[in-house]
Write a protein that binds this ligand. Structure first.
Ligand code: COA
Length: 281
């Protein structure tokens, strides 16, 4: 895949992050709390508030939504991580003190918009989880497609201790990953789940040693970036929806996804290339 050398300026509804793509392998964006680096079609997004354990405030969740609403054109895959030793300590609790019920619901819906854009956008997302993956941190991770954890990772839904309900998608997504019963247990006990248990439960797909998460994620991202974008987009959008359908509806939907991807130019070229190499017709 080649990328034209270009200057691309990203300016969103709030000028809180900007993206200047000058050439391959160059850091293209750095904002106060979401940094974006684009290399060979892989955008590394970093939650970048290490002094607050990467707690996510309103501007940061809006930045995430903005990015996934309209990612730089050259992006094929996203790697999502946190600055420093931790992935994310959840919603910025400082914001809670000024919130009434209506604002709390609006905040919850803002998280739902951002995490929907991650899960059902155009781009596969590989998460690198380490240290704290708490509350909203787990909710963001649960919306990604490939989850790599370092052995330092631990998972927790501690909201009950503050008397609140996890509002960023835990009841819908974490429960689908580990089962509703286990999600209830996590929420009620607010216990810390260590990395090895998280791996067994499916919170992570891959468990690697300390400091190895980003390399492993980049390895997967590089592989995924070589897939035709339409096939990637179809996989991430079709499978979770089909899994919610009856078998009969799901199988029919699967046949449509198969037909559509097969008709794509990329698939035709790749199938022909495969057959040509082997002397097929
Ligand atoms: N929101 C806002 N600030 C947070 C935060 C959060 N979710 N989590 C951590 N921080 C801030 C702390 O207030 C502190 O800021 P300060 O240095 O200005 O005082 C800084 O990050 C470091 O936190 P600290 O508690 O000193 O670090 P620690 O390593 O001892 O403990 C936690 C980290 C995550 C265990 C602890 O901060 C905590 O329990 N945070 C809340 C987690 C939570 O309930 N998340 C769900 C939110 S709904």
């Amino acid at each position: 895949m080649s990328l034209p050398i270009a200057i691309e300026v990203y300016s969103k509804r709030r000028p809180s992050y900007s993206c200047r793509q000058i050439e391959w392998e160059e850091i293209v964006s750095k904002s106060s709390s979401l940094s974006v680096e684009l290399t060979d079609g892989i955008a590394i997004l970093t939650l970048d508030r290490p002094d607050k354990r990467n707690a996510v405030d309103g501007p940061l969740i809006a930045d995430i939504e903005d990015f996934f609403s309209d990612p730089p054109e050259a992006t094929r895959v996203v790697v999502l991580t946190g600055a420093g030793d931790h992935f994310c300590a959840g919603l910025d609790i400082a914001e809670l003190k000024v919130m009434g019920a209506a604002e709390a619901q609006a905040t919850s819906r803002a998280w739902h918009r951002a995490t929907e854009k991650i899960q059902f956008g155009a781009l596969p997302v590989v998460a690198v989880m380490k240290g704290m993956v708490l509350g909203g941190g787990l909710e963001i991770a649960a919306s990604t497609h490939v989850r790599v954890a370092e052995t330092s990772a631990f998972y927790q839904l501690p909201e009950v201790g503050l008397g609140i309900f996890p509002g960023g998608g835990a009841s819908a997504r974490v429960s689908r990953i580990i089962g509703a019963g286990r999600a209830v247990e996590m929420m009620l006990t607010a216990r810390r789940i260590p990395a090895d248990e998280g791996q067994t439960l499916g919170l992570s797909h891959h468990l690697v040693g300390g400091g190895e998460g980003l390399n492993k994620a980049m390895e997967f991202a590089g592989r995924i970036a070589k897939n035709p974008p339409f096939a990637n987009t179809t996989i991430i959008n079709a499978v979770p929806r089909i899994a919610e359908m009856s078998i009969s509806d799901g199988l029919f939907s699967e046949s449509l996804a198969t037909a559509l991807t097969q008709l794509s130019d990329e698939a035709q070229v790749r199938v022909k290339g495969f057959l040509d190499k082997r002397g097929g017709s």
